[in-house]
Design a protein around this ligand. Structure first.
Ligand SMILES: [Zn+2]
Length: 449
């Protein structure tokens, strides 16, 4: 028996999963999700950094051009399905009222309408954002049948956690493994609620979410990430909703779901997931979240932390941010740049997910579109003529009926532009035409014969 081997394993486990997790809940399994993706896609962090940088550079361009930031008139409405998994029907088969109250908390947070915004210190008030993303229970299932947007499934599994250090499996996402398989993850935000308690312990992992991957235009010849069927958010059953009487004392505000949806829409933790030594050199890529050395578990109102001194415009740790660990009692905001990134993810990577509501914008009053021929036959190009007195360029996206973006092209206005559809199968598509600020001008159906 090689004791040395076990000792090494023990040390490795200590490094990966801190011992404190035995007695304290693990707030978020985000880094475990990242580790899983890295095993399949070693370039994931490079891609993620480039994606965030691209969004931030777009944001900076818009700002320098003095255009409106988060510059469109779209509200995004994301259909959500809750998959409730229960072994203990009394507690884990959660009451619908907690699901309703969780959705309400999500919606208030993403509209900056929660009363908790009074927690935001003056230094951050101006950068707190109305993200203008809303969440609704799906009213049609993937087959088009009416639904409540909630599934309830008995499971023989008493927990989906696998050790006392915060690890878990993904069985909750597979019907054949004691869970419930996702509804089409390109069309729904799947949220599983289940038992995540560490085996034979009182603590648990509160939640986790999958970051965006596998975008159609993922570069480097990396194929679509098969983990997409695991895409979504998982919540420990007792912290769903606000004032859930089963929740542990520090998790009664329903903030975990907000934090996890932030990850799902591309946000990283505000401290950048560095350790206490390297923390001030590791950032989340977002400029308006001040650098912080490590996670904060509270906001310490009498002595607020400022764990990294920034060379320019030194600001305290933004413990009000939903992407820190200081959730209950502190968290109350996403920043403008975080909001921009989440909307960027919806426009570029999770494109089929939201319903985009076009609110009338006078900026398009003098704009008209001609698109022809429709139906379109192979060998023909789609022709677009956008007449606009003040806008030189527009973006054309073609998405399929499952919502996947198949083509994205910039076209000039006031001329006839050709869009090549070679490579698209005979089917029905949607053509989305937006301006360079992502304001949707038109969404037209296109038939390719
Ligand atoms: Zn997290």
């Amino acid at each position: 028996m090689c004791m040395k081997k076990y000792f090494v394993c023990f040390i490795v486990l200590l490094c990966v999963f801190p011992l404190k997790a035995q007695t304290n809940p693990e707030p978020c399994g985000y880094m475990q999700e990242v580790e899983k993706i890295l095993k399949k896609q070693p370039n994931f962090l490079t891609w993620q950094n480039a994606m965030i940088q691209s969004a931030m550079s777009e944001y900076a361009d818009l700002q320098s051009a003095k255009r409106r930031i988060v510059a469109d008139t779209l509200f995004y409405q994301i259909p959500v399905v809750f998959h409730v998994l229960y072994n203990d029907s009394l507690n884990e088969n959660i009451n619908i009222s907690y699901i309703y109250s969780q959705l309400e908390e999500l919606n208030l947070a993403f509209r900056k309408m929660t009363a908790d915004t009074q927690r935001i210190r003056p230094v951050f008030k101006d950068i707190a954002a109305d993200v203008r993303i809303q969440f609704v229970l799906a009213n049609k299932d993937p087959d088009g049948n009416p639904t409540t947007g909630i599934t309830r499934t008995y499971t023989t599994k008493t927990t989906f956690a696998t050790n006392i250090y915060g690890a878990y499996n993904d069985d909750m996402k597979y019907t054949g493994r004691g869970g419930k398989s996702a509804w089409n993850p390109t069309r729904y935000l799947n949220i599983w609620t289940c038992n995540m308690r560490f085996p034979n312990q009182v603590s648990m992992t509160l939640g986790f979410a999958t970051p965006p991957t596998g975008a159609p235009n993922w570069w480097g010849n990396v194929t679509k990430d098969s983990t997409d069927i695991e895409s979504g958010v998982v919540l420990h059953y007792s912290i769903v909703g606000r004032d859930n009487p089963l929740a542990i004392s520090n998790n009664v505000e329903g903030k975990t779901a907000i934090h996890e949806v932030g990850h799902y829409l591309g946000l990283r933790h505000v401290w950048g997931d560095g350790n206490t030594q390297t923390g001030c050199t590791v950032d989340d890529g977002i400029f308006d979240t001040p650098n912080s050395r490590t996670r904060n578990y509270s906001c310490n109102k009498t002595s607020p932390p400022n764990s990294c001194i920034d060379a320019v415009n030194d600001l305290p740790d933004q413990t009000e941010n939903y992407m820190d660990y200081s959730l209950d009692g502190c968290a109350a905001m996403f920043t403008k740049q975080q909001a921009y990134l989440m909307r960027y993810v919806l426009n570029n990577f999770r494109t089929g997910l939201p319903y985009r509501e076009i609110t009338h914008d006078t900026v398009f009053d003098n704009t008209s579109i001609e698109m022809y021929p429709n139906p379109l036959r192979h060998g023909q190009d789609l022709k677009l003529q956008i007449s606009s007195p003040d806008k030189k360029q527009f973006t054309v996206q073609i998405i399929d009926i499952s919502g996947k973006q198949l083509l994205r092209q910039t076209v000039n206005s006031n001329t006839v532009e050709a869009v090549s559809i070679s490579g698209l199968a005979n089917s029905v598509y949607f053509v989305i035409i937006s301006d360079t600020d992502n304001r949707v001008l038109e969404r037209k159906k296109l038939l390719i014969l």
